[in-house]
Design a protein around this ligand. Structure first.
Ligand code: HEM
Length: 477
């Protein structure tokens, strides 16, 4: 695909493509703000795979046409950056961390952090993931009610902390979750307010955010100080971040803080919320749950699930792929055109915000039959082969693809598989979750209440020992 700016008048553009007009002054701002996910889904239904609206003062293009999505993610990625408005939103929280970063600075950080996610290293994290899941289950009592969302957020945080930083954040999980919640709410608020209030504004929400950032900085300072005191390069990701140097020297304290914050944030909420939705979808589709149980019982029996078992559990993977289609944790992400661009059959002007919603792409009936049904069986090799690039992007794609994709897919299969092996997957009778489209799609404060019911002969309940490894296995690779 080449840049064909001179033929722009012939192409559907900001002037001619379907437009959501909204309010005469604010455009689509308030429609988006009121219920962002519903707005995006409804508008795609109404206007098609590409439409434009004004959000705040800029033109925002919402895109679920696979060819255009692929051009944004892959073929034209170098002309497309993270939006300034999103960088500004992230600034107090993730600073210049990998998620909001761009250009040379992103390249350098990416190179430094990538080795932590090589397949061999990630594979070595599997025993910790399985052991911590069993620890969580061992703490449950038959018949009691728990909030699955809360449980899984704590587990995912523990897994990231141990595997990537070789530390145990079990005691900090409440602090981290409260802080993340406050930060998330404040960021969304700032991003959606037509006339943004400055961060020093003495509102209760701003005060809560400052407190939350202090709490998170405190946790991170402790992590770094402990590793520096240790003075040992253990070859793990934390050591790369704390000790690595390149031609430009080592990472500044500020950059280190930003990357650790990014990895803690990106590495646990996303997996935890994906697993929360997978739990919900299996609980409400019992026939699919039975199939997944059968696969695990036949293949694994009572053993702990190891990394080598995963290829023998294709249905488990299909269940997760289908969850990521139906209710993706990262339900939307945005980019900004750095120059006038022709992408697919459309023209996008410099400065345009390009929003891609994995939630909307996953519901496109052109590519997914009966898109509202939870149908893991659709994910055959043939189906994936014929799916156009850009039609399914829960982890984005191209140079800015999720760095933790392999990590997350392995972690989620091990955790979900271990849960299916041991407990009944259920939600309280009559409970309907909320669908809250914040930084990640989540069920909100009401959570995902479930009743603990161990399966007959569940290996964890039978008292099988599964202590986590004494030292991290992060160094095995
Ligand atoms: C189901 C789980 C996950 C999903 C659905 C997910 C999804 C995504 C998506 C869509 C992006 C691109 C966002 C954007 O461009 O604005 C992204 C970026 C990223 N993710 Fe994930 N993610 C998951 C798990 C993880 C985990 C476990 C980690 C780390 C341990 C991680 C680390 C990152 C990082 C560092 C980036 C920024 C990459 C870059 O721009 O260079 N993610 N993720």
């Amino acid at each position: 695909m080449t840049l064909l700016v001179d033929t722009q008048d012939l192409l559907p553009s900001a002037k001619t493509m379907p437009r959501h007009k909204g309010h005469w002054l604010w455009g689509g701002t308030f429609d988006f703000q009121r219920n962002p996910a519903e707005f995006v889904l409804d508008a795609h239904e109404k206007y098609g795979d590409v439409f434009v609206t004004r959000v705040l003062t800029g033109q925002s293009f919402f895109i679920r046409d696979p060819a255009v999505v692929n051009a944004i993610n892959v073929t034209h990625a170098k002309h497309i950056h993270k939006p300034k408005v999103v960088k500004q939103m992230w600034k107090p929280f993730l600073g210049e961390g990998l998620v909001p970063n761009d250009g040379e600075s992103w390249k350098r950080q990416h190179k430094l952090i990538m080795p932590g996610f090589h397949k061999m290293r990630v594979d070595a994290y599997a025993p910790t993931m399985a052991a911590y899941t069993r620890d969580m289950i061992r703490g449950w009592k038959n018949g009691e009610q728990r909030d699955f969302r809360k449980e899984i957020l704590a587990l995912a945080l523990r897994v990231v902390a141990k595997t990537l930083f070789d530390t145990d954040l079990a005691h900090d999980s409440e602090t981290v979750h409260e802080a993340m919640q406050d930060i998330g709410e404040a960021l969304i608020d700032h991003a959606q307010t037509p006339i943004p209030t400055p961060r020093w504004w003495p509102s209760e929400r701003n005060r809560r955010m400052v407190r939350a950032l202090d709490a998170m900085d405190g946790v991170i300072e402790r992590l770094v100080a402990a590793r520096r005191k240790d003075r040992k390069d253990r070859g793990d990701l934390m050591s790369h971040i704390v000790f690595a140097t390149d031609e430009k020297g080592s990472m500044s304290d500020e950059q280190m803080r930003d990357e650790l914050m990014t990895l803690i944030f990106a590495g646990h909420e996303t997996t935890a919320h994906t697993l929360t939705w997978a739990w919900y979808l299996l609980a409400t589709n019992r026939d699919k749950l039975m199939k997944a149980q059968h696969e695990i019982d036949e293949t694994i029996g009572n053993r702990a699930i190891g990394v080598d078992d995963l290829r023998k559990l294709p249905y488990l993977e299909m269940c997760l792929k289908e969850s990521l289609r139906r209710l993706p944790a990262v339900w939307i992400y945005a980019r900004e055109a750095q120059e006038d661009l022709r992408l697919g059959d459309y023209f996008f002007p410099k400065g345009a915000i390009l929003a891609v919603s994995p939630l909307a792409t996953g519901r496109n009936p052109k590519y997914f039959d009966a898109p509202l049904e939870y149908r893991p069986e659709r994910w055959t090799r043939e189906f994936e082969r014929q799916l156009p690039k850009g039609a399914y992007v829960p982890f984005a794609a191209g140079p800015r693809v999720c760095l933790g994709k392999q990590f997350a897919m392995m972690e989620m299969r091990i955790i979900l598989g271990t849960l299916i092996q041991n407990v009944d997957i259920n939600v309280l009778e009559g409970f309907e979750p909320d669908f809250v489209a914040e930084l990640s799609l989540n069920p909100g404060a009401r959570g995902m209440p479930m009743k603990v019911q161990f399966r007959e002969g569940a290996p964890v309940r039978a008292g099988e020992s599964s202590r986590p490894p004494a030292r991290s296995n992060t160094h095995a690779a």
